[in-house]
Design a protein around this ligand. Structure first.
Ligand SMILES: Nc1nc2c(ncn2[C@@H]2O[C@H](COP(=O)(O)OP(=O)(O)O)[C@@H](O)[C@H]2O)c(=O)[nH]1
Ligand SMILES: [Mg+2]
Length: 471
C-alpha cells in the first residue's frame, strides 16, 4: 500500500468523523452569526426590527420555506452571548414603528447585537427520525458599514494608502471639499521634523474634509479612516491623529511622514484589526444594505462613489490567495447578500431594475478582481412597506405609481417616481436632478393585525441567509 493511499484513507476517516461531529452538533442545535451592515441610513435598524418581528410571529414570510411549510415551531429572544456589546433595542424600535403617530426608529451609530432562538421541525426524513425539533440560535450583529470600508487599509502601507486618498481627494466631486486640506499639505515638507501641533492640524483638516464629503449633496461614502467620522471612545487619541501625505523617499526617522506612518500602523492594529478580530471574523453570513435610490438622487459623483464603496466592501468577502483576507485567516463568511433597501419607494414593476442596477455596480469590481469567495446574491427589498403600488392615470396613460405619506406630511399622495435604470451604464453625467425619489413615513396601524410588519422580499433575503440552517 502506498503512503498516498494510507493518507487518503486517513483523510476519508477524518472527514467521516468530522461529518458525524457536525451532524451531532446540528441535531443538538447550531448557532449562526449574521452580520447586518450598510452605510449610515441604509436601513439596518429597520431591517433587523422587521426580521425579528416577522420571525417572532412566524409572520409575513411566505417564501421562507420553514414558515410556509409550517415547520417553524417557536421563536423567542434570548440573552446575547457578548455581555459587553450593547443589545439591539428591538422593543424600542418596534414601539416607534407601531406608535399611534408612527415614525422611523432613531438613528444608531455603534455596534449592537441580539439573539433569537428558532425552534423548528427538521425537513429531512432521517433527521426527523432522530429528533423531532431542532434549534437554530441566530445572533444578529448590527455594525456601521463605515467600519467595513476600513478593512482594505490592512492590505496597504502608509505610502500606498496616502497616494490613493490624495488622488481621491483631488478627483471630481471632492476637490472643492478638500481644498483647505490639500493646500496645507502642499506647503508642508513631509521629510521635515515631526511636530504634534502640525499633525493635529492636518488631522483636523482632513477630518473636516471627510465630514463635508459625508454631508455633501452628492452623498459621498468612501471615507477613510471611518473612525475619524465616528470616533466613539477614541476621540482625540493619537491613533486618530494622522492624515495622508505625499510620499517622500528622503523622509527618515523623526520626520513628520514617519510619525504619520507610525500612527497609520497603530490605527490598523488597534482599531481595524481589533474590529476584524472581535466582530467580523466571527460572522458566518452577512447582509450589506445599500440605499441605491438615494445614490441615484445624488447624481453622477454620488454613484461613482457608491461603486468605489461597494468595490471596497466586496474586498472583505474575498477568500483565498488573491485576497488580503487570506493572510489574516479566520474569516468564515460563506454567503453575502447585497440588498437594495427601501424598494417600496418605487412601484413594484421597478423592483427588478433596482436589483439589476445594484448588480451592475458589483459586476465591474467582481470582474476586475476575479472574485472568488463567499457566495453572493443581490435583491431589492423593503424591510417595512410604507407604500402601495397603484395604477394612476396620467393624461390618459396608466402609470404604475406609489401611494403613501411623504416624510413631513400627513396625507397620502400618489407619486410617479420615474423609472429605475437597469444598469449604471445607462446613467449619464447629466444624472443630477434626473431622479427624485421621495421618502415616505411608516403608515399608521402598522403590524396591528399581529401578522408581522408588512415588507417586500424579506423572506427571500432570509431564505438565502439562514434557510439552509432551518432545513
Ligand atoms: N420606505 C422605507 N423607508 C425605509 C425603510 N428602511 C429604512 N427606511 C428609511 O431609512 C432611514 C434609515 O433607516 P435606519 O434603519 O435607521 O438606517 P441605519 O442607519 O442603517 O440603521 C429610516 O429612518 C427611513 O426613513 C423601508 O423598508 N422602507
Ligand atoms: Mg441603525
Amino acid at each position: 500500500m502506498s503512503r498516498g493511499l494510507i493518507g487518503d484513507l486517513g483523510d476519508a476517516g477524518q472527514r467521516a468523523a468530522d461529518g458525524l461531529a457536525q451532524m451531532a452538533n446540528r441535531l443538538a442545535g447550531t448557532t449562526l452569526r449574521l452580520g447586518v451592515t450598510g452605510l449610515r441610513r441604509s436601513g439596518k435598524t429597520v431591517f433587523i426590527t422587521s426580521v425579528l418581528n416577522n420571525l417572532l410571529l412566524a409572520g409575513r414570510l411566505p417564501l421562507l420555506e420553514a414558515v410556509s411549510g409550517g415547520r417553524l415551531r417557536a421563536a423567542r429572544l434570548e440573552p446575547q452571548p457578548d455581555p459587553a456589546v450593547p443589545r439591539f433595542d428591538y422593543e424600542g424600535h418596534l414601539a416607534q414603528l407601531m406608535a399611534p403617530h408612527p415614525g422611523w426608529p432613531q438613528a444608531t451609530r455603534a455596534v449592537s447585537e441580539i439573539r433569537i432562538a428558532l425552534r423548528f421541525t427538521p425537513r429531512a426524513w432521517l433527521r426527523r427520525q432522530l429528533t423531532s425539533t431542532a434549534t437554530l440560535t441566530l445572533d444578529i450583529v448590527d455594525y456601521p458599514g463605515e467600519w467595513l470600508l476600513d478593512l482594505p487599509m490592512l492590505g496597504q502601507d502608509y505610502a500606498a494608502w496616502s497616494r490613493t486618498m490624495l488622488d481621491l481627494a483631488a478627483g471630481p466631486g471632492r476637490a472643492p471639499l478638500s481644498r483647505a486640506f490639500l493646500e496645507d499639505v502642499d506647503t508642508l515638507d513631509p521629510a521635515g521634523p515631526a511636530d504634534e501641533s502640525t499633525a493635529r492640524r492636518l488631522a483636523d483638516r482632513y477630518t473636516a474634509y471627510l465630514r463635508d464629503c459625508r454631508a455633501s449633496r452628492v452623498g459621498l461614502s468612501l471615507l477613510q479612516p471611518g473612525r475619524f467620522l465616528e470616533p466613539g471612545e477614541l476621540e482625540g487619541a493619537p491613533v486618530l491623529t494622522f492624515a495622508p501625505l505625499p510620499p517622500r523617499a528622503a523622509a527618515g526617522p523623526g520626520s513628520l511622514q514617519a510619525l504619520m506612518a507610525q500612527r497609520f500602523e497603530a490605527y490598523k492594529d488597534k482599531v481595524v484589526r481589533r474590529f476584524y478580530r472581535e466582530h467580523f471574523a466571527r460572522l458566518d453570513r452577512q447582509v450589506v444594505l445599500v440605499d441605491v435610490l438615494s445614490a441615484l438622487n445624488a447624481g453622477a459623483p454620488g454613484l461613482a462613489d457608491l461603486e468605489r464603496a461597494l468595490a471596497a466592501t466586496l474586498e472583505s468577502f474575498r477568500h483565498g490567495s488573491g485576497g488580503w483576507l487570506g493572510w489574516l485567516g479566520g474569516a468564515s463568511i460563506d454567503r453575502v447578500l447585497f440588498a437594495a433597501t427601501k424598494a417600496d419607494h418605487v412601484a413594484a414593476a421597478q423592483h427588478a431594475h433596482l436589483a439589476a442596477l445594484l448588480e451592475s455596480f458589483l459586476a465591474g469590481p467582481i470582474g476586475a478582481i476575479r472574485f472568488s469567495g463567499a457566495e453572493l446574491r443581490t435583491l431589492a427589498l423593503a424591510s417595512v412597506k410604507a407604500t402601495d403600488t397603484v395604477l394612476a392615470d396620467w393624461q390618459g396613460q396608466p402609470l404604475p405609481s406609489v401611494q403613501g405619506i411623504p416624510l413631513g406630511r400627513d396625507r397620502p399622495v400618489v407619486v410617479f417616481p420615474g423609472e429605475v435604470p437597469a444598469s449604471h451604464h445607462e446613467i449619464g453625467a447629466d444624472a443630477a436632478g434626473r431622479f427624485n425619489f421621495t421618502d415616505f413615513r411608516p403608515p399608521p396601524g402598522l403590524g396591528r393585525d399581529g401578522r408581522g410588519l408588512p415588507n417586500i422580499r424579506l423572506d427571500k433575503a432570509l431564505e438565502f441567509l439562514v434557510g439552509d440552517r432551518l432545513a
